[in-house]
Write a protein that binds this ligand. Structure first.
Ligand code: NAP
Ligand code: MG
Length: 418
């Protein structure tokens, strides 16, 4: 056998629920631990363990990411009323992703895995498009009213001392209608900007950002100005050095350009735009099983995960002993993304190379025609080989072993990277 590659700093591992939990353990045992000498700082976010610890485990896992800088997370159940009953929980605990995101003040970036034999809906999208969604305020923290009878609605700003500072007429209603108030915070907008600038630098990709500041001169204008200020003061020189661009324009202009582009950029979106457009891009690129996700904090801490959930339906089939064909690719990428980032931060190229080889083994395998059922309907490969969840993971292991076998320098892993 080969030597294991030493990973310098502990990696935070966050375990989860249902089908993804079963797959997660298998990935670790079969694709990670045989190759890496790695210390895993493990947090079990199984919904029953969150319940047992009154959710403390979730906050502990977020602290661990702050401490070590990089984590990998399995999908988790966000309990609703049905889940409370199913698992006998004390209450409907908050979304773990929401809690970790809030603790890190982070932004989520979603990137599809692009494969030659899974053609995107837009034929010129040959490189992935990464979407970053601002996750605070706007419509998601709004207040709304129905106006039944004639009357006027005003926006009033009262200072902490009770004195009125500003007042504006929203509408003088003469017939029934609706009204809405939304807000955002300078500090959240700045954190969002920093996370995006940090990630663009880490990925060496240009960053696009668009709003509707021609219409929303004050509200969207504030986003534009805070971003421009943060860029000029903190990032312009580093972007220039990295040979990447920060490009700001109107959201409509960005949408038009993205459709014609070949991809390869990071697209920062306001909360609502990101909600809608990330779903459009996910389906435009193929399957949820191929959508990766990373949470990035403004000070450059990273948590990698799959964008999909715990794949409940497949889990119930699995529990009944039926064969499943669940796509494990985005979950494996949650591991390789974190391992690669760990290697980059530690300055250990052999660790980075391991992550690259594992990704490449998966791409070779699928482009060679072996895939889970979710991809069979999407592929351009004639007569693809549809495999089960476990067959796929075995084939990935085999493909990885073959790549390693071909590498003469395996015993000196630091020589992997030229
Ligand atoms: P989901 O787990 O993403 O699954 C929805 C459907 O998408 C599946 O039934 C399956 O379709 C398809 N799918 C998703 N991932 C797949 C994969 N890897 N391989 C093959 N098919 C895949 O969403 P959900 O059923 O709405 O949510 C289930 C649980 O996950 C919920 O408790 C929710 O709270 C949680 N969740 C967690 C996260 C997270 O931790 N990041 C995100 C979203 C949801 P078919 O059944 O048609 O095969
Ligand atoms: Mg959405």
């Amino acid at each position: 056998m080969h030597n294991k590659i030493k990973v310098k700093t502990p990696l935070v591992e966050i375990d989860g629920d249902e089908m993804t939990r079963v797959i997660w353990a298998k990935i670790k045992e079969q694709l990670v631990l045989p190759y890496l000498d790695i210390q895993l700082d493990y947090y079990d976010l199984h919904v029953q363990n969150r319940d047992k610890t009154d959710d403390q485990i979730t906050f502990d896992s977020a602290e661990a990411i702050k401490k070590f800088g990089v984590g990998t997370k399995c999908a988790t159940i966000t309990p609703n009323a049905a889940r409370v009953k199913e698992y006998g929980l004390k209450k409907q605990w908050s979304s773990p992703n929401g809690s970790i995101r809030a603790a890190l003040d982070g932004t989520v970036f979603r990137t599809p895995i692009v494969l030659k034999n899974i053609p995107p809906a837009v034929k010129n999208w040959v490189k992935p498009i990464t979407i970053a969604r601002h996750a605070y305020g706007d419509m998601y923290k709004n207040v709304e009213m129905r106006i039944a009878d004639p009357g006027k609605v005003e926006l009033v700003y009262t200072g902490a001392d009770g004195k009125e500072i500003d007042r504006k007429l929203v509408q003088e209603f003469k017939s029934p209608g609706i009204v809405r108030g939304t807000h955002n915070l300078d500090k959240s907008i700045r954190s969002f900007a920093r996370s995006c600038f940090e990630y663009a630098l880490a990925e060496k990709q240009s960053l696009w950002f668009g709003t509707k500041d021609t219409i929303s001169k004050t509200y969207h204008g504030r986003f534009r100005d805070i971003w421009a200020d943060t860029y000029e003061k903190e990032y312009a020189a580093r972007f220039e050095k990295a040979g990447i661009e920060y490009f700001y324009t109107l959201i409509d202009d960005i949408v038009a350009r993205v459709m014609k582009s070949d991809g390869g950029m990071i697209w920062a979106c306001l909360n609502y735009d990101g909600d809608v457009l990330s779903d459009m891009l996910a389906s435009g690129f193929g399957s949820l099983g191929l959508m990766t996700s990373v949470l990035v904090s403004p000070d450059g801490k990273y948590e990698y995960e799959a964008a999909h959930g715990t794949v409940t339906k497949h889990y119930y089939k699995h529990l009944k002993g039926e064969e499943t064909s669940t796509n494990s690719v985005a979950s494996i990428y949650a591991w390789t993304g974190a391992i690669r980032r760990r290697g980059l931060l530690d300055g250990t190229p052999d660790v980075v190379a391991f992550a690259d080889h594992l990704d490449a083994a998966i791409i070779d395998l699928i482009e060679g025609g072996t895939m889970t059922k979710d991809l069979v309907g999407l592929t351009s490969t004639k007569n693809p080989k549809a495999v089960s969840t476990w067959q796929f993971l075995d084939e990935v292991r085999h493909a990885l072993e073959q790549r390693i076998f071909k590498l003469e320098k395996w015993r000196e892993p630091t020589e992997w990277m030229e």
